[in-house]
Design a protein around this ligand. Structure first.
Ligand SMILES: [Zn+2]
Length: 200
């Protein structure tokens, strides 16, 4: 597949981008400062690449039910074998059940490894500005982005979170004010975004 990769964006070998992913990445590059790299670890996934990605997470000790929801319980009861998982994930997709938005072409994973915390924060905000929904994942560390065609939370909706985050940064020993914690938890639950600070 010929794919258009926007200037200032790099990809892992073997990553496939759909046209709408290219459009999103171009929009992201425009709103993100040039000193923050955009490197795509994963884009569109067929059943096999989805199986491989999930088996990697299992091996790294990640909680797949937490990440993907109850629909993965059946997979976890199967042998941890890429062919078995590929067949099952494909059979589910054939019935219209997609394990991941990557399989529908509506998710990208952006590299955060070796990035400074401030760069990750800028990337996180820029994703929202570009209309996407960011989720920080730890195994392996990356920023998962979906809702590539809009529908994620707005910058305005997340402003209290950003303020709380800056406040927490300025005085590392102080916890955010209780009201801010409640507001941030409500916003985070509402939009399914990660909290910008650990709960006290
Ligand atoms: Zn992802």
């Amino acid at each position: 597949m010929t794919q258009l990769v926007p200037l200032g964006v790099t990809l892992n070998n073997g990553v496939t981008l759909t046209p709408s992913m290219g459009v999103f990445l171009a929009r992201l590059r425009r709103v993100l400062p040039n000193n923050v790299p955009i490197h795509v670890n994963s884009g569109y996934r067929d059943a096999r690449s989805q199986a491989q990605a999930m088996l990697t997470k299992v091996r790294l000790g990640d909680d797949l039910v937490k990440l993907y929801g109850e629909k993965v319980r059946m997979l976890l009861s199967l042998p941890l074998d890429v062919d078995t998982w590929t067949r099952t994930i494909q059979a589910m997709a054939d019935r219209g059940i997609y394990i991941s938005r990557h399989m529908r072409g509506d998710a990208l994973d952006l590299r955060t490894r070796h990035m400074a915390p401030m760069q990750v924060q800028l990337l996180w905000r820029a994703v929202i500005q570009a209309g996407g929904r960011p989720l920080l994942e730890s195994q392996p560390p990356h920023l998962h982005v979906d809702h590539l065609q809009g529908g994620g939370p707005t910058v305005e909706a997340l402003a209290p979170l950003a303020r709380a985050h800056r406040g927490a940064k300025a005085s590392p020993s102080a916890s955010p004010a209780p009201a801010l914690v409640v507001a941030a938890v409500v916003v985070a639950r509402l939009f399914g975004v990660p909290l910008p600070f650990p709960l006290p």
